[in-house]
Design a binder for this molecule. Sequence first.
Ligand code: AGP
Length: 434
Amino acid sequence: MYDRGRSLVVAYNQESFWFSSDEVAFPSQIHEVHHLKASRVYCGRLGHLSKFENGKQVTIDQSLGDRRSHFSKTSNREDTDDTSATMKEILEQETVLSKAADAVLLHEKDLKNLFDSKKRIYIIGCGSAFYASEIGAQFLQKYTSIPSQAVIASEFVSQRPPLGGDALVIALSQSGETADTLVALEYAKLQGSPIVSICNRAGSALTRVSDVSLVLNVGPEIGVASTKAFTGMLVQLVFLSLIVGQANDQATVQEMDLYRNELLELPTKIRAMLQRRGEITRLARRLRQKRNFLFIGRQCSLFLSEEGALKLRELSYRHASGFGGGELKHGTLALIEQQYPVFAIAPNDHSIGKMRQSIQEVKARGGKVFGILSEGDEVTQNLCDTYFWVPRTLEMFVPILMVIPLQLFAHDVAKSLGRNIDRPRNLAKSVTVE
Ligand code: AGP
C-alpha cells in the first residue's frame, strides 16, 4: 500500500516489476507504467497490476500515464555518442523557447484573478529553479508593486514566512517532483496561500497541488543539468510579470507587444550565438585543467553567475562559485592570483559601470577575466582577456541569452574531461527526497 503522497511509479512487463520515483529510471523494454495513488492497495502478478479501493478491486485508469510516455522511452539513452542529450537540449533552446510563453498567455485571466489583492509573493525552487526564482522576483518587483521574494524551497518552512490568503506562492520545478519544493507547498497550502506553478511535466505532483499550473512546453529534459527548462522558466516569468504588471497599471500594452515581438526574434539571436560556439569550446579546452573558477555578476546577472557556477560544478566536478561583483572586495579578492579564471557576466545595462570596476579589481591582482558581454560593448571588451558577445535584446530577455554561453562552457569543460555529461556522478534528475 502506498500512502506517502509522494511520487511512486511502477513499471512492469511479463517478467518483472520496477518501482521508482520517476519514469526516467526505467529500462527501455518497459511498456506499462502506472503512477501509484495515495491510500490505495495495489496487487501485482507478473504482467498484471490490480488496484483496490475500500476493499474492492477497481479498474486501473488506462487513459492517464499507463503507457510509457515518449519522455521515458527516450530517457535511457546512454551517453556514448558524441552529442549528449544535454548538448541537444542546449541547442534546442533556439526553437523551443518561443513556445514557453503560450501557457502564461492562455491563463492570463486566471493569473490576474489570483494576483488580485495579494500583498506578498514568494517564489520558490531548488538549484537552477531557485536561481530562476531570484530572477523572477526581480521581474515581478519591477512590474508590480507587490513585494516579491525568492526563497530556497528547502528553507521555506523553517523560515516561517508570513503566508495566508493575501500571500501568493509561485513554485518553479522542471520535474514537478522535487520533495523540498512539494513539502514547502504543503506548508503554504495549510496556511491558506494559493499556488502558481511553473513546471515542465504536466500531471506531476507539483501541478496537482497548484491553483494555476503553467507548463513550460519546452519538451522533455533528459540531461540531469537543467538547461532549456531554466530558460523556459525565465520566459514564463517575463510574461507573468507583464500580465500582472498590466493588471496593476505598471506595464503597458506596448511593452507586452514589444516582448511578444522580441520573443519571435530570440531564435535568430540564439542561433547567432550557437554558430560561434567554437569560441567557447576552445576556451573550455584551454581552461579544463583549472580546478577553481569564479563567476561574478550584478542584478539579474548575479543569479546567472550562480547558475553558471552550479552548471560547471555539476557537469565538470570542478569547484566554482558565483556571487555579486560588489562582494569581491569583501573577502573573495583574497583568492585572486596570477591566471585565476573569473567569468564576468556583464550586460551593457545600468550595472555596467560597476561591473567594469569589478573586472579591473580582478585584473589588478593578475586574474584572467572572461567576459560574457553585450554585442558592441567595446569598452568592456578591452578590459577582458577574452569575451563572448551576446546579441542585444530587451532587458528581461537578457538573462535568457547570457546563460547560454555559460551552459556551453560547463558542457565543453565536462566533455573535454570525459565526464558523463547526461548523468553526472552522485546526482539524480528528480530529487524526490528531502
Ligand atoms: C540543475 O542543473 C540541477 N540539476 C538542479 O539544481 C535542479 O535544478 C534542482 O534539483 C531542481 O530540480 P527541479 O527543477 O526538477 O525541481
